[in-house]
Design a protein around this ligand. Sequence first.
Ligand SMILES: [Zn+2]
Length: 280
Amino acid sequence: MHTPPGFRPSHVLPPAVPAGTLAFAFRDAKLLVGSPDDAPVVPALALVESLGIGEAVHYLGELDGTACVAVLLRDDAAEPEGWRYAGLRSLFFRLPEPLLAIAARAFQVVEWDRTHRYCGRCGTPTRDKPGERAKECPACGQIAYPRVSPAMMVLITRGSEVLLARAPRFPPGMYSALAGFVEPGETIEDCIRREVREEVGIEVGNITYFASQSWAFPHSLMIAYTAEYAGGELKPDETEIAEARWFAWDAVPELPPSISISRRLIEATVARLAGESARS
Ligand SMILES: [Zn+2]
């Protein structure tokens, strides 16, 4: 997930909300969408407002000139006739990608609103801070911004092989690159070395940036790298890793879906190894 081309983000609601403003409205973690199932549509803000089910509205910006807002719906919001609530993951490949990206952004804003109604320091109800995407405590001045949690992903190579692992929660037969959340005080590179050591017991070098991806489940920024094996014996940590193995570039197993950055990272690396093998 990334900022779609044609999207101009903004925090400041225009003085008059334009007609046709799209509402990315969430009841809990589910988005309000209209039929048909294979090409769902996003409602206009006017429809959501007419139903009286919204609790908070946050302006997101304009997508190709159309204003977009995130709406936090009441937990008990009814399902309007002809509309339904759908999990974001179920909308992959159904909702056009720019709308899906805005929906993921909206979800993170709504989730932040929902979880920052009270000051974490003194318990006073918070209010929106003018001009910023922030919640402010009127009693003690504490400010809370939407949370983004950086995480690293790393694909380790050893000659013409890649290291892939399975987490216990993965579907059977699927493998991916290693990943883990950054801890306070760490650089991403520190995190990569620590997580690789903890998860599979080996050392890595030549850590190289690949790409990043926003991931709204619930608020990660996944930052992907490649690295080279630099020593040690593969010893997977049994609590986090069901299995970790070296795979030859031309014999990789089932991979995560193409929407994930892990798939792109693995495919790009495998293509590089294939090229290297053809030249040698
Ligand atoms: Zn406070």
